[in-house]
Design a protein around this ligand. Structure first.
Ligand SMILES: Cc1cc2nc3c(=O)[nH]c(=O)nc-3n(C[C@H](O)[C@H](O)[C@H](O)COP(=O)(O)OP(=O)(O)OC[C@H]3O[C@@H](n4cnc5c(N)ncnc54)[C@H](O)[C@@H]3O)c2cc1C
Ligand SMILES: NC(=O)c1ccc[n+]([C@@H]2O[C@H](COP(=O)([O-])OP(=O)(O)OC[C@H]3O[C@@H](n4cnc5c(N)ncnc54)[C@H](OP(=O)(O)O)[C@@H]3O)[C@@H](O)[C@H]2O)c1
Length: 279
């Protein structure tokens, strides 16, 4: 049996013709959930005379009891995606179905296997709409007064796909103003098609987002320069959401430094890389 509730779309913000931020409020009130989880949105497909459901990462944080937020790509090739096409034709006020929040892959680890607090920096790597869970991370860690350093790396093809640039820039500015002992946040956007005319104003990091981890001839990578020290298993934990190629690219660069994934684990049960693949 599918456990779901009716819900209403209360806000839609079209960032470009195929990228939208949507807020949805369940009829039965906001359930409890954990940062990094996803849920299914169901929409009726008239031609199929049934509700079709798809998974979407929750971009809002659990402390926000007003609505769920999502950032969704309209899938158009090779054929229009069924659920995303319906969502892109939806309006504020329309009804959808929501499944219960679920998923364990991107939950934030707060403790080491020995029970001690895990105070390593949190490095989030999001490709495209794979940034969604890390929007929730940043807001949650900010609102709960977490003292760990939080680094959010976001990769996009075009500058207008850096969907949460304003939020992350504000969080970084706040970190500078208040001091890193109060709130320690760094934003690292990356543009993978820098030569395209639309990206002509871009002068930040170029390449796919995994290139932040690629060492130069001296063994120093852009992420080391961004945080001001070598990123090691002892000082950093990595969370990734995006294409499998992105996940593989990060692991390829970090494995020689001793980083292992949750699937492999060190003999003491610890690990430094967690991920959710677009699959
Ligand atoms: C855990 C998880 C979290 C996710 N989070 C997000 C998120 O935050 N944001 C987001 O945008 N997406 C997210 N997704 C992806 C999302 O679940 C959907 O897969 C996506 O939105 C496409 O759904 P759709 O119904 O529009 O496309 P579908 O109809 O399922 O189509 C999928 C693909 O198949 C192709 N296709 C469809 N019909 C045919 C056909 N007859 N022949 C050949 N090809 C065909 C389409 O062109 C498309 O490429 C997430 C997925 C998972 C598993
Ligand atoms: N958890 C999930 O399962 C999940 C979450 C979010 C989205 N999705 C689905 O994933 C699909 C695409 O997502 P999107 O539109 O957000 O991505 P996108 O905007 O098309 O791409 C984002 C970034 O990923 C790069 N990229 C493209 N193909 C790649 C590959 N094979 N390996 C590594 N990097 C790659 C792009 O580089 P280039 O400029 O070089 O192409 C770009 O920098 C959508 O259908 C979406 O619904 C799934």
């Amino acid at each position: 049996m599918v456990s779901e509730t009716k819900a209403k779309i209360v806000y839609m913000e079209l960032l470009r013709e195929d990228l939208v931020i949507i807020r949805i409020v369940p009829e039965t009130g906001m359930p409890e959930y954990k940062t990094g989880q996803f849920l299914t949105i169901g929409v009726p497909i008239p031609s199929e005379q049934k509700i079709v459901r798809r998974a979407y990462s929750i971009a809002s944080h659990p402390e926000n009891r007003d609505y769920f937020e999502f950032v969704i790509r309209w899938v158009r090739k090779p054929l229009p995606g069924r659920v995303t096409t319906e969502l892109f034709y939806a309006n504020e006020g329309d009804e959808v179905s929501l499944g219960a929040p679920t998923g364990q892959e991107l939950l934030i680890d707060n403790k080491l296997p020995n029970g001690q607090p895990d105070m390593r920096r949190i490095i989030c790597v999001g490709g495209g709409t794979g940034i969604a869970p890390f929007v929730a991370y940043a807001k949650h860690l900010h609102d709960t007064g977490d003292k760990r350093q939080v680094v959010v790396l976001h990769g996009a093809s075009y500058v207008d796909e850096l969907s949460y640039k304003r939020l992350f820039t504000d969080l970084q500015d706040e970190s500078i103003e208040r001091g890193k002992d109060q709130w320690n946040f760094i934003y690292g956007p990356a543009i993978s098609r820098p030569k395209e005319f639309f990206n002509r104003s871009w002068n930040g990091h170029v390449g796919r987002v995994e290139s932040w981890f690629k060492p130069n001839k001296q063994g120093i990578s852009p992420i080391d320069e961004l945080v001001g020290e070598e990123v090691t298993p002892a000082n950093s934990k990595i969370y990734i959401c995006g294409y499998q190629g992105l996940i593989d690219g990060v692991i390829e660069n970090l494995a020689p430094k001793g980083f292992v994934t949750k699937d492999e684990k060190h003999p003491d049960g610890s690990y430094e890389i967690k991920y959710e693949s677009y699959g």
